[in-house]
Structure formats: C-alpha cells, structure tokens
Design a protein around this ligand. Structure first.
Ligand code: I3S
Length: 131
C-alpha cells in the first residue's frame, strides 16, 4: 500500500479545457481577462497552460512539448467556492483563493464538467491539509 505521502502525490487527478481568469495576485486586484486554458490537476498543483489548442488526447499532461505553464497554483491552504453573482455574469463559476491571497475564477458552460472539477479541486485541497 502507498504511504500517506505517496498517496498525496501519486498521479494525475484531472485534465481538461476550462475558461479561467486571474483576478488577484497576492492580494492585489488584477484586471479580468478570461481565456480558455488546458488545465491539469496533479499532486496538489493546478496548472493552467497558455494555450489549449494542442490539448489532443494522449497529450494529457503537456499540450505539446514546448508549451509552458502560464500559472501553477499551489492548492495547499487554498479554498474553492462557487463564485457569487457579482464576480461574473457567467454561469458555473468557481472561485479559487490561494493561501497567498491570489484569486482565480474558473468556468465551464457545462455544469457537469465544472462540478467534476469542483469536487476534484476540493478533494485535492482536503488531502493536502493545511500544515
Ligand atoms: O467583472 P467585469 O469587469 O464585468 O468583467 C468583464 C470584463 O473582463 C470584460 O472585458 P472588458 O473589460 O474588456 O470589457 C469581459 O469581456 C467579460 O467577460 C467580463 O465579465 P464576465 O461577467 O464575463 O466575467
């Protein structure tokens, strides 16, 4: 059986295309700028890649060898909630706040898809704990 540590970091949790925007950087408000992004949840880290065009099947972790992550979000100590209506006029918006006070909005038109992400992110945060 895997130890606690291995259990936390064992594998890819989830990957797919989401709409996202960063709205705060360590407490500092940012201008909203939505974009579609290949997104990977793995080992307590959520990574938004710059470009979703290369996200073909089989390229789960990296959408092409040369595509660099745009944002990597440490989920330890983060919170994920459903965004209030004043945060966005879009439907199915999640608000992710990091321990350092950065904030991201994450959205998908499909309720089923966004609910799956909400659960996966919340599970990941819960597994990491706050220590
Ligand atoms: O919170 P805001 O300012 O209503 O966010 C909207 C803007 O980011 C807008 O861009 P411009 O500032 O260039 O107009 C976007 O096109 C909208 O999508 C943003 O609102 P939603 O409600 O879609 O998050």
């Amino acid at each position: 059986a895997l130890g606690l540590k291995e259990e936390k970091f064992k594998s890819l949790d989830k990957a797919g295309v989401l709409n996202r925007t960063k709205i705060a950087d360590r407490g500092k408000r940012l201008r909203k700028n939505w974009s579609s992004s290949w997104t990977v949840l793995e080992g307590g880290i959520l990574t938004f890649f710059k470009d979703s065009k290369h996200s073909s099947a089989g390229a789960l972790r990296h959408p092409g060898n040369l595509t660099m992550p745009e944002h990597t979000v440490e989920l330890r100590g983060a919170t994920v909630t459903w965004a209030s209506k004043d945060k966005s006029s879009k439907k199915h918006v999640l608000e992710l706040r990091t321990r350092e006070g950065s904030e991201f909005l994450i959205q998908h038109d499909s309720e089923q898809i966004i609910v799956t992400w909400q659960k996966a992110i919340a599970d990941s945060i819960a597994r990491l704990g706050t220590d």
